[in-house]
Design a protein around this ligand. Structure first.
Ligand code: SF4
Ligand code: SF4
Ligand code: ZN
Length: 470
């Protein structure tokens, strides 16, 4: 009798997590499989069967992310208890492993656009504007949980058209919040110079987070429903004129704007007010017209590759995992002199990035960085000082000193944020989420789970299933 030889799998079984069934959004077990250079989740739902979804296109980077994991930084307070199991206890529940590096408050649902892609499903028809009292209670909930919150982002809807936007900004400035951001589509900023002047009064410690998906008409119509090229240009000019710190935020959709990431970086460097660009692959949540899992998904690793292939500024080693949430966020920091950017993230030793107590990276202990900076800014080494620190924007990074005579305007950063959706959800990653919504009910809920389960009330149905009640 001949015995058939054992067969080897065509993949590497790397581990297992809990993801979501893509049909019913029920948490389900998922095998993590490596196949060639790709990583897949293979999920199994009792009702909807086996589903296989690509979650990374770079096995080596996926593996490397794990090495960046550092001890979590917990909030001072939790708003819920752990009862149903993650992700049904948000939050934050005591099982969460990260505090709020960046918190969002949606001050309205009202918007002057109606984008085909909008996780908040805002539109001109939705008229809700939160009251000043409610917004203050939400800010206070954040302060109670964080002590001195690192970043608060006012969002919406379109926050600039809230009738009390200036009072709301003043209110936020009166709280112990280190950095305040205004998340906007730029329409009012382009059209109302008087308003931009009012915004300039909130600097320093204030930044505009400007929707900026594309330089092309077709892509803007696909993502935003209208050709916003002139609006974007005018908004940037107005912000630049008053040197209001600005981050551009680019929603990336495959085949729509993934070919112009390098061009957007070059364009941004024409404006001295731009401190960085955040690239966000589309999260499949809320309004996402005509989204096709197989055609439209563009992953974090795809964005990272597109940046180093399309831009002359950043090389692969410059774009590294963010230690507090490495699989979902990648970053590249550079020092900027006019249009010239010198990436520095690859010069920071990994021990410093993942240290339990963040180390100060000093010029004294980092010869490479010291030489680059002296060279870039033609300084004598005697000028070196540690006055202003870049880490004030991302608390999860080690302290990288900037020179006394250099300011925040000499920083240029690239961030890639891949939010979790029904395809790439991973219970381990969501516990590391550090971007959180403060809800009107004064809960603090990770961006990912809020858009998937809480905003739409699905959480109640899923909790009933856990309890076994109909
Ligand atoms: S995502 Fe965080 S806050 Fe929400 S249930 Fe899971 S551990 Fe708790
Ligand atoms: S994505 Fe922003 S600009 Fe577009 S509809 Fe939603 S809130 Fe308004
Ligand atoms: Zn299912």
């Amino acid at each position: 009798m001949t015995i058939a030889p054992r067969k080897q799998t065509s993949y590497v079984f790397y581990g297992q997590t809990t993801s979501l069934c893509e049909e019913c959004l029920q948490p389900v077990p998922a095998k993590i499989l490596f196949e060639g250079s790709d990583v897949f989740y293979q999920k199994r739902c009792h009702t909807h069967g086996v589903q296989k979804t690509k979650v990374s296109t770079d096995v080596e980077y996926f593996r490397r992310c794990k090495q960046f994991i550092k001890p979590g930084d917990r909030p001072l307070k939790y708003q819920t208890v752990t009862e149903f199991g993650c992700p049904l206890d948000c939050g934050l529940c005591p099982d969460h492993e990260q505090h709020s590096c960046l918190a969002l408050i949606e001050i309205n649902e009202h918007c002057n656009l109606e984008c085909p892609v909008c996780f908040a499903e805002s539109s001109p028809q939705k008229k809700t504007n939160l009251s000043l009292d409610k917004i203050e209670a939400m800010m206070d909930a954040l302060v109670e949980s964080e002590g001195e919150p690192d970043v608060l982002q006012l969002s919406g809807g379109e926050p600039t058209i809230h009738p009390q936007i200036i009072e709301i900004l003043k209110l936020a400035k009166s709280k112990p919040i280190k950095h305040l951001m205004l998340n906007t589509n730029g329409v009012r900023i382009a059209k109302d110079k008087q308003f931009v002047k009012q915004l300039a009064e909130f600097t320093p410690g204030f930044e505009v987070y400007l929707q900026f998906d594309s330089l092309e008409k077709e892509a803007l119509i696909n993502l935003r429903g209208v050709d916003l090229r002139a609006i974007r240009q005018k908004a940037l000019e107005n912000l630049n004129e008053l040197n209001i710190a600005t981050s551009l935020v680019v929603t990336v959709k495959k085949g729509v704007n993934d070919h112009e990431l390098g061009e957007i970086i070059d364009h941004a460097l024409n404006f001295k007010c731009v401190r960085g660009i955040t690239f966000q692959p589309i999260q499949d949540a809320g309004r996402n017209e005509g989204f096709d899992k197989n055609k439209d998904r563009f992953l974090l690793t795809d964005v990272r590759r597109a940046i180093y292939e399309q831009s002359s500024v950043f090389q692969p080693e410059d774009i590294i995992p963010l230690p507090c949430n490495p699989e979902s966020i990648s970053i590249a920091y550079g020092l900027r002199d006019g249009k010239c950017v010198t990436p520095i993230t690859s010069m920071i030793p990994m021990e410093d990035l993942i240290a339990e107590v963040p180390n100060a990276v000093t010029f004294e202990n980092n010869v490479g960085l010291r030489e680059k900076v002296i060279d870039l800014f033609s300084l004598s080494s005697g000028d070196l000082n540690t006055a202003e620190r870049m880490e004030s924007l991302l608390c999860c990074l080690p302290k990288v000193p900037v020179l006394e005579n250099l300011g925040y305007e000499n920083v240029f950063r690239i961030t890639i944020i891949q939010f979790l959706d029904r395809y790439n959800f991973c219970v381990g990653n969501v516990k590391r989420s550090c971007i959180h919504f403060i809800t009107p009910e004064l809960q603090i809920i990770p961006f990912d789970t809020y858009n998937l389960f809480y905003r739409n009330g699905l959480v109640h149905e899923l909790r009933k299933k856990v309890r076994g009640t109909p």
